[in-house]
Design a protein around this ligand. Structure first.
Ligand SMILES: [Zn+2]
Ligand SMILES: [Zn+2]
Length: 270
């Protein structure tokens, strides 16, 4: 299938895909080939940051240098723009990421998200960030509200303190205050993800975030090449939420002659 259409618009990129360098099954080249087969212009290799266990993340920050070399070669072979990105883990309640500023600067794109399977840098960070989200007490209303507050603050601080281009799957497994996060993202030009892979990404979330003026991105979160560029579920959620394509980063007009179109990479940070 070439270029999913959305009333005259099409998806041109899938920035959130994984490879064997973290816990995906394919190679950088296989993901690029899959993106080419779907008619995409760009694909992001966004392997998990190093503080994810067990062996779910990259071995070390140096892995991204290797991915960059493979991305260059894959781009040459496929004609697809292959971006070296990372899906960083937010590892403290203060928004610290598991990559240093010098590592982030080398990336084409920074994605960040909350995951439970992480190793925070200290016991106190682990207790403050993870404990409210695990264990039987998380089912109590008050504890859940506290967890939501902690999670939201962690993501908001991550967006404020680091050059985060995309917040991945907000609310997946871990509750967040969508509107507060959306306000922080809108203020910083950070996009919020509409994921094809997770049912938590529904139109209620999109509508709530949209009211705060944030921009969105559709992603597959593919962990195998066959799912790269599979953005139909995300597209359905966006349409059901009544989202205008102008609010979605990785779509462009099908016929650039007809509309103004937009450069899907224009807002990208260096
Ligand atoms: Zn994730
Ligand atoms: Zn992911």
């Amino acid at each position: 299938m070439r270029g999913l259409s959305w009333t005259g618009w099409r998806v041109v990129a899938d920035y959130h895909t994984h490879t064997r360098h973290s816990h995906g099954t394919g190679t950088v080249l296989q993901n690029a080939r899959a993106a080419a087969a779907r008619g995409l212009e760009a694909v992001g290799i966004a392997d998990h940051g190093p503080r994810m266990y067990p062996w779910l993340g990259v071995r070390s920050p140096g892995t991204y240098d290797r991915i960059r070399r493979e991305a260059r070669e894959a781009a040459r072979l496929t004609g697809v723009r292959v971006l070296t990105a990372a899906e960083c883990n937010v590892v403290t309640p203060d928004g610290d990421l598991d990559l240093a500023a010098r590592d982030l600067r080398k990336l084409d794109m920074v994605l960040a998200g909350l995951h439970l399977m992480v190793v925070p840098p200290s016991l106190s960070a682990a207790a403050r960030l993870l404990l409210p989200n695990v264990g039987p007490w998380r089912w109590s209303g008050r504890a859940r509200a506290r967890a939501r507050q902690t999670n939201t603050k962690a993501l908001v601080e991550a967006v404020r303190r680091h050059p985060v281009d995309i917040v991945t799957h907000p609310g997946l497994h871990l509750p967040v205050d969508t509107r507060e996060l959306a306000r922080a993202c809108a203020a910083r030009g950070t996009r919020m993800e509409i994921s094809s892979a997770h049912r938590e990404t529904d139109e209620v979330y999109v509508r709530a975030a949209a009211r705060e003026g944030v921009e969105f991105v559709l992603s597959s979160d593919a962990h195998r090449p066959s799912r790269v560029g599979d953005l139909e579920a995300a597209l359905r959620v966006a349409r059901r939420a009544g989202l205008s394509p102008e609010r979605v980063y990785n779509v462009a007009r099908s016929d650039p002659q007809v509309g103004a179109g937009k450069d899907p990479h224009s807002g990208q940070r260096s």
